[in-house]
Design a binder for this molecule. Structure first.
Ligand code: UGA
Length: 447
């Protein structure tokens, strides 16, 4: 029986895989995490999370100590350890074009499949273009040892960075896609066993085919991206007519069909998922002859990118028309709070654009300074918000970290050269800043 002692492996130990491995151990399973990066593996094995994710280190250490979790670089260990393997490797955007780079998924499959003996199940979690599971399954058929059987299922992951542990242990839904030509329900049995504790809470469990499961994931992210770009598009109108997009979002959000969540206008979306997922979705739609259906996502992407340059213009206005020769403090570099992830970060993009226009930019992020420095080594990085603001002609809030939201205007007042603040996330108390003598600007119209 596949599920005898609920041993499982998780292949790929990045944001997704490391969280999944630790959380599966937290559910009581015996877990082996596998990654080709020896440094990552030894850090995880030592109880150190190689990125910032609230609460994850506790779960990791607790389960390492309990002996339910360990890490390896060797796929042979994985093949011998368990007959159920989650696949959580990265699927970045290709270097040229909008497509998705599946090389990590393919090399994980190629490494593992020939090594396993008996009946195994691989459960893909990575975000992939529709049709990937079917193609991988054919690839696996060639690689499987004679007399063995390796099934493939796809169960997309919906976790948000910053809430990764919570989203894994208390998901909104579980989705499982399997081979539409396969009659038996082994994958469903295995998943039901693995997630028993979660399923007992009554969480919706959507059972479907590979293609639908793959599409669920990219559609969800495309919808979220569209929601953000929708409100940002409306915010462009608000800016031109002096209306307030936040009040507008509150008002439309009271309609339960619309909902207030994910309607925060500002600098827009970034990170390793939404931007590349909408592009990958468009690329795949083209390939399957339905490119026209997703043409609106181009506009979603364009609206999003436009917010970044609009922000740069707003900062220029705030300092009198031109940022050349000014000192600008950029507070926030991560693509969102509670994360150290700077992939496609709107905040860093704005900091970079300001520097290119001749401003002298000092960046401070509570967690992402190191990652930012690797990406933009020419910007200056400060050890605190106050230090970044020294002699600033304008302070730009680019990521809505709680520490910036709750900053006291008085604290910065004597540090800066001019009391000018530009809110890129519409997260500050405008009245409080104004009454402390600051000129206050917000992207998206009056506040
Ligand atoms: C996103 C999805 O929310 C997850 O459900 C999904 O699992 C994940 O991608 C993934 O595919 O792995 P994440 O990238 O962690 O999660 O971040 P989000 O919380 O979605 O935020 C994305 C960006 O949108 C951030 O830059 C954030 O600042 C921005 N945002 C979010 C807004 O500009 N306005 C909003 O109202 C909400």
């Amino acid at each position: 029986v596949l599920t005898e002692d609920m041993k499982l492996t998780v292949i790929g130990c990045g944001y997704l895989g490391a969280t999944h491995a630790a959380c599966m151990a937290e559910l009581g399973h015996d877990v082996l995490g596998v990654d080709v990066d020896a440094d990552k593996v030894s850090r995880l094995q030592a109880g150190e999370v190689p990125f910032f994710e609230p609460g994850l280190a506790d779960v990791l250490r607790r389960n390492l100590a309990a002996g339910r979790l360990r890490f390896t670089t060797d796929h042979r260990d994985a093949a011998a350890f368990a007959s159920v393997h989650f696949l959580g490797v990265g699927t970045p955007q290709v270097r040229r074009g909008y497509g998705v780079d599946l090389s990590h998924v393919e090399s994980a499959i190629d490494a593992l499949t020939p090594l396993v003996r008996g009946e195994h199940l691989i459960i893909g979690k990575s975000t992939v273009p529709v049709g990937t599971a079917a193609a991988l399954s054919q690839r696996m058929a060639v690689l499987t040892a004679p007399g063995s059987r390796v099934d493939l299922a796809w169960s997309p992951e919906f976790l948000r960075e910053g809430f990764a542990v919570e989203d894994t242990l208390e998901p909104d839904r579980l989705v499982l896609g399997t081979d539409p030509d396969d009659e038996d329900d082994r994958a469903e049995q295995v998943i039901t066993e693995i997630y028993r504790e979660i399923l007992e809470t009554g969480v919706p469990f959507v059972r479907t085919d590979w293609a639908t499961a793959e599409l669920v994931k990219v559609s969800a992210n495309a919808f979220l991206a569209t929601k953000i770009s929708f409100i940002n598009a409306v915010s462009e109108i608000c800016e031109n007519v002096g209306a307030d997009v936040s009040t507008l979002a509150d008002a439309i959000g009271y309609d339960a069909r619309i909902g207030r969540r994910f309607l925060n206008a500002g600098l827009g979306f970034g990170g390793g998922c939404l931007p590349k997922d909408i592009r990958g979705f468009m690329a795949r739609a083209d390939e399957v002859g339905a490119g026209q259906a997703l043409r609106f996502l181009r506009e979603v992407d364009a609206i999003n990118t436009r917010r970044r340059s609009a922000m740069v213009e707003l900062v220029a206005d705030a300092v009198g028309g031109d940022v050349l020769g000014t000192n600008i403090a950029v507070l926030g570099a991560a693509f969102k709070p509670e994360s150290d992830d700077v992939r496609d970060s709107p905040a860093l993009n704005v900091a970079g654009q300001l520097a290119l226009r001749g401003a002298s930019v000092a960046v401070f992020d509570p967690k992402a300074n190191d990652n930012s420095r690797r990406l933009y080594p020419t910007l200056a990085y400060a050890q605190s918000a106050v230090e970044a603001c020294e002699q600033a002609d304008a302070v730009v809030v680019a990521t809505d970290w709680a520490e910036f939201v709750h900053m006291a205007p008085e604290e910065l007042a004597d540090v800066v050269r001019a009391r000018v603040i530009v809110d890129g996330r519409r997260c500050l108390d405008a009245a409080a800043w104004r009454s402390a003598g600051w000129r206050f600007y917000a992207i998206g119209g009056p506040m």
